[in-house]
Design a protein around this ligand. Structure first.
Ligand code: PLP
Length: 425
């Protein structure tokens, strides 16, 4: 056999597009709770979790049961072919978490939910323009990519993108080098300049924003940012779209991260953990907007796949029954406290976190290289972690919501040691 003497890595690079950078040399065999296990039987603590997908870890028995029961019934029926119990039940459960006036449209990926948001906002308002934020990540399909501004390399070779998309700075005090108050003033100033010089607010359909920037570096904006944005959008009849694809499903200590700002968005995009490990996304919106989508104006072959809905619903039930949202807040707070001494190091700019979205931002010209060294050395010590940030100078920790607290604190000890061991090479 031609493949016998080739490694899996060789076969991969011969047969697959190599556009997705391979982060580890591991030949992955299976996942168990918060651990990935390779073909040689080595176990790695996974603080990436499929990039915030596996909220309750790998192979949770409740999820496996729900998936196999639904798969045995039917794995796929087009969402327009008939009423499906599990899909309706999941939409009902999501409305319980969001508000009774909301309706759900299911898609497959986060990007697809963002595309749906752009389309519905245009349809509902009759306006063309969309405003998003620098450092934001909303996906890689052409509409979503037009909003994404967390790295110019994601965008610039694919231009022209969607027209009438405008970007503002996100009020990220550390990135802007400003206090929280000054960062807010700066962004408010940018918005009024945008309305004055580039696009009248009456032409703006939507402002799309993350409550905590994910890919952009786990940036937590000042507390008055979202309430201010809600006020401005109300004032001008602009739809406020909260992108909860990464921060949602309990990770930040509330079901949706925007809930901590006490606001009610017009549209909400969900993905990642929503499908309990299977591809599922959703656009949620208030009834008046959702009813603009009369029959046939939007759709998706796989959107609302019943097996994905079963996995997602089972995951949500575990999150509820085990109180994992409050736990994310509590364990996140002790993890943050454990990370905080790192801020005293001269090569660390900031340590921050909300719930189980935790980040360490590195400082200086060596920062991106230091982050790479930390990730590589952590891998060799059995710890899988991910970078983030517009300069890739941040390490983000995205543990499963049910990861044992002592294991997480142990991993943070390892991380601290690795940061020290890999400094100034
Ligand atoms: C906030 C946010 N929105 C949208 C997306 C796009 O999701 P997907 O990769 O499933 O298209 C991501 C992915 O990282 C994200 O973090």
């Amino acid at each position: 056999m031609a493949t016998q003497h080739k490694t899996l890595a060789d076969r991969y690079s011969e047969s697959l597009a190599t556009v997705v950078p391979m982060e580890t040399p591991w030949e992955i065999e299976r996942g168990e709770g918060s651990y990935l296990i390779d073909r040689a039987g080595r176990r790695y603590l996974d603080l990436v979790m499929g990039i915030a997908v596996n909220a309750i870890g790998y192979a949770h028995p409740d999820v496996l049961r729900a998936v196999s029961a639904q798969a045995a019934r039917h794995m796929h029926v087009y969402s327009g072919s008939g009423y499906q119990e599990v899909v309706v039940a999941y939409a009902e459960a999501l409305r319980e978490e969001t508000g009774p006036d909301y309706r759900v449209f299911f898609g497959n990926s986060g990007a697809e939910a963002v595309e749906a948001a752009i389309k519905l906002a245009r349809l509902h308002t009759g306006r063309p323009a969309v405003v998003a934020f620098r450092g934001g990540f909303h996906g890689r399909t052409m509409g979503a990519l037009s909003l994404t501004a967390s790295a110019s390399r994601y965008r610039s070779l694919y231009e022209p993108l969607l027209p009438s998309v405008y970007h503002l700075d996100y009020p990220a005090p550390t990135r802007l080098g400003l206090s929280a108050g000054a960062a807010m003033e700066h962004v408010a100033q940018q918005l009024s300049q945008l309305f004055l010089c580039e696009v009248e607010p009456s032409r703006v359909a939507a402002i799309v924003v993350e409550a905590v920037q994910g890919e952009g570096g786990y940036i937590i904006p000042p507390a008055d940012f979202l309430p201010w944005l809600r006020e401005v959008t109300h004032q001008h009849g602009i739809m406020l779209v909260m992108d909860e694809v990464q921060a949602g499903m309990g990770r930040t200590g509330t079901m949706w991260a925007y809930q901590q700002a006490g606001i009610d968005p017009d549209l909400i995009t969900l993905g990642k953990a929503l499908g309990g490990g299977l591809p599922l996304s959703a656009l949620m919106g208030h009834r008046d907007a959702m009813e603009r989508w009369t029959a046939g104006l939007h759709g998706s072959t796989f959107g609302g796949n019943p097996v994905a809905a079963a996995a997602g619903l089972a995951t949500l039930q575990v999150i509820r029954e085990q109180g994992l949202i409050a736990r994310a807040a509590a364990v996140g707070a002790s993890a943050l406290a454990a990370l905080e001494p790192l801020a005293d190091r001269p090569d660390i700019k900031e340590v921050r976190g909300r719930g189980l979205m935790l980040a360490v931002e590195f400082l200086g010209p060596d920062a991106p290289a230091h982050v790479q060294r930390v990730i590589a050395e952590s891998l060799s010590r059995g710890l899988y972690i991910h970078p983030a940030g517009v300069r890739q100078d941040v390490i983000r920790l995205i543990p499963a919501l049910n990861l044992d607290e002592d294991v997480l604190l142990g991993a943070i000890d390892t991380l601290k040691q690795v940061i020290a061991d890999t400094a100034h090479e």
